[in-house]
Design a binder for this molecule. Structure first.
Ligand code: B12
Length: 214
């Protein structure tokens, strides 16, 4: 791994939020460092280590929070570079993190990549109740609904959303894609989702596939 990526990773793990912006700016300027590697090999890899340290009780929620804040500051530097051609929308997507779940870095990254790929994304934020999601689907009428969950305890909310869409007669109007660390393709199939993405690139691929099938 290049020195730039290693430093970004260390700074996120250490929660040194004052240093991240300059490091990301410097890395972006280097031809040999891709945006993809900054996001995946440095930033997401750092959060995996943070998660592991938390699981091993080496760090606690406050440290995890500062690392998250550091990553967010870094992502904000990258965001403008991911913006695509917004002249013609490829379709509308509503995205949110499900009820009881405050994790939003993955969702935000997926949002950035979808917007970069030309989709119109309505980001409802975190901790969204089933009722609120349904209300927004009725109002916005998106082609796709994206749901994110990072906790095993909040994954069942995704199933509840799909059931509520069925009950309201909305299920045929909107495709549902899901993602988040504890979620997988088998779970997506089990709850009747239309797609699953293990990262932001796959989220874009799934969205394109579902729009093309529409
Ligand atoms: C940062 C973090 C936090 C931060 C969140 C800050 C924020 N604004 O997001 C804070 C400190 C608030 C936090 C709190 C908690 N956390 Co936390 N957290 C993490 C950590 C370290 C990183 C998550 C992250 O941002 N990853 C980076 C992003 C980019 O990855 P991602 O979210 O997986 O997203 C990617 C894909 O999954 C996918 N994707 C994501 N969403 C979607 C949606 C769609 C539609 C698609 C297609 C794809 C997709 O694409 C993304 C880009 O590649 C993880 C560990 C980990 N490695 O996941 C633990 C982790 C998720 N947390 C955990 C826990 C236990 C908690 C707490 C319960 C701790 C506590 N005791 O209070 C609370 C819960 C709070 C709540 N109610 O939500 C556990 C969950 C265990 C479990 N099995 O359920 C983990 C796994 C840590 C661990 N190893 O124990 N956490």
């Amino acid at each position: 791994m290049s020195n730039d990526l290693g430093q970004i990773k260390d700074v996120i793990i250490g929660g040194k939020h004052k240093e991240i912006e300059d490091l990301v700016k410097a890395a972006i300027k280097k031809e040999e460092v891709s945006l993809d590697s900054i996001i995946n090999d440095a930033m997401i890899a750092a959060m995996d280590i943070v998660g592991q340290k938390f699981a091993d009780s080496e760090i606690f929620v406050p440290e995890m929070l500062v690392s998250a804040m550091t990553m967010k500051k870094g992502l904000n530097i990258i965001k403008p570079l991911l913006q695509g051609d917004a002249s013609e929308s490829k379709g509308t997507i509503i995205i949110c993190t499900v009820k009881g779940d405050m994790h939003d870095i993955g969702k935000n990254l997926v949002t950035m990549m979808l917007e970069g790929a030309g989709f119109n994304v309505v980001d409802l934020g975190v901790d969204l109740s089933v009722e609120k999601v349904i209300e927004q689907v009725e109002q916005v009428r998106p082609e796709i609904l994206g749901l994110s969950a990072l906790l095993t305890t909040t994954m069942p909310e995704m199933k509840k959303v799909i059931e509520a869409l069925e009950e309201k007669g909305l299920r045929n109007n909107v495709k549902v894609i899901i993602g988040g660390a504890p979620v997988d393709a088998a779970f997506a199939q089990k709850i009747g989702a239309d797609g699953y993405g293990d990262d932001a690139t796959e989220a874009v691929r799934q969205a394109r596939r579902l729009i093309a099938e529409n």
